[in-house]
Write a protein that binds this ligand. Structure first.
Ligand SMILES: Cc1cc2nc3c(=O)[nH]c(=O)nc-3n(C[C@H](O)[C@H](O)[C@H](O)COP(=O)(O)O)c2cc1C
Length: 196
């Protein structure tokens, strides 16, 4: 990685395309870290469904644990790891809800079963048994027997707006490459190489 584009989104796009062709599964999966209201970091995997210079988008339940974290402190960190290419990307920034039109658009593309599951699940809340969860799924399946299923108001997207993006490329002798891009107030990206 001696050469990298001055725009980290261009480099992200290139690496992502390479990951799509080389990784065996889910190149779009990334660890998402948030901070709990009592100040602890918390991480889980989400799927990044789209990205652009405006940010990195994922979809979830707006009442989930992560959503509560984000509501309390709208900052997050994303970590991609593409094992086959010995690559890692970290993206840190602020986070906000996506416009409802974008959430509607993605919702309408989801398989019907996933839509019913979203209606059936109070994500991150306890439930007595698996059977109760299955019953809730059946109730929702009966509630929406046919036709388009509306998007629940408790489900939609978030956008992580990058402030810093680090590209990590594994190299021989663990003398890895690390390039860190930091966005300035004027919107330009400063680039810095850091030690492995
Ligand atoms: C590969 C993979 C992809 C996932 N994608 C999503 C996702 O896009 N959105 C989501 O809400 N949960 C996703 N999950 C589940 C989350 O990791 C997590 O369990 C869930 O969102 C609840 O997290 P929370 O309680 O911290 O809010 C995914 C899990 C895995 C393993």
């Amino acid at each position: 990685m001696t050469q990298a584009n001055a725009d980290p989104i261009v480099t992200f796009q290139k690496w992502f395309q390479e990951a799509e062709s080389q990784e065996s599964t889910l190149p779009e999966a990334a660890a998402l870290a948030t901070i709990t209201p009592d100040g602890f970091p918390r991480v889980r995997v989400v799927l990044i469904k789209s990205f652009s210079s405006s940010g990195f988008d994922f979809f979830t339940n707006y009442k989930s644990q992560k959503a509560l974290d984000i509501e309390h402190l709208p900052r997050a960190s994303l970590g991609f790891h593409w094992k086959s290419m010995e690559r890692q990307i970290r993206i840190d920034g602020s986070i906000r809800q996506l416009e409802s039109t974008l959430s509607d658009r993605y919702w309408s593309m989801r398989p019907r079963g996933s839509q019913i599951a979203a209606w059936a699940s109070d994500q991150s809340c306890p439930i007595e048994t698996r059977e109760v969860l299955n019953e809730r799924f059946e109730i929702m399946r009966n509630r929406f027997p046919e036709g388009p299923i509306p998007r629940p108001d408790f489900w939609g997207g978030y956008r992580l707006i990058p402030q810093q993006i680090e590209f990590w490329q594994g190299q021989m002798n663990r003398l890895h490459d690390r390039l860190v891009f930091t966005r300035t107030d004027s919107g330009h990206w400063n680039r810095q190489r850091v030690q492995p």
